[in-house]
Design a protein around this ligand. Sequence first.
Ligand code: AMP
Ligand code: ZN
Length: 136
Amino acid sequence: MDKCIFCKIASNEIKSYKVYEDDYVIAFLDLNPASRGHTLVVTKEHFDNFTTVPKDILNHTMNVAQLIAQAAITKLGAKGINIITNVGKAAGQSIMHFHVHVIPRYEDDGLSLTFPPKQIEDKELLLISDSIKSGM
Ligand code: AMP
Ligand code: ZN
């Protein structure tokens, strides 16, 4: 099977602006950054998304994302950070290789990540919470 683009970056077949690398993950700048310092933390092994990555590698990926977030605050002057991982096309995932976005935020950076509120009844909230609980 053909390697995906993040597998190729992880194996250095494709160039990236790398900020971190170890045996399990690589982190590099997003080529179409949402903000200054927008970085992707990517597993070296191919997993489709957040829901299928083994827990120990997931934990490690989040630890590295935390280090990058801290560096963006101390070295780039970020005033906040968004941590995002998209799961599936419906959620906007375009590269089907698990990755975490570390998006530094600045005052008045013009970026808007809002969740428009929806009306929902108590009965429906109860049904939904029961469904999620039964799937865990
Ligand atoms: P997602 O939409 O969550 O799958 O995010 C994929 C991200 O990968 C997008 O923000 C793209 O800008 C970024 N991207 C795609 N190709 C490259 C590349 N070769 N190097 C760095 N970032 C990339
Ligand atoms: Zn891959």
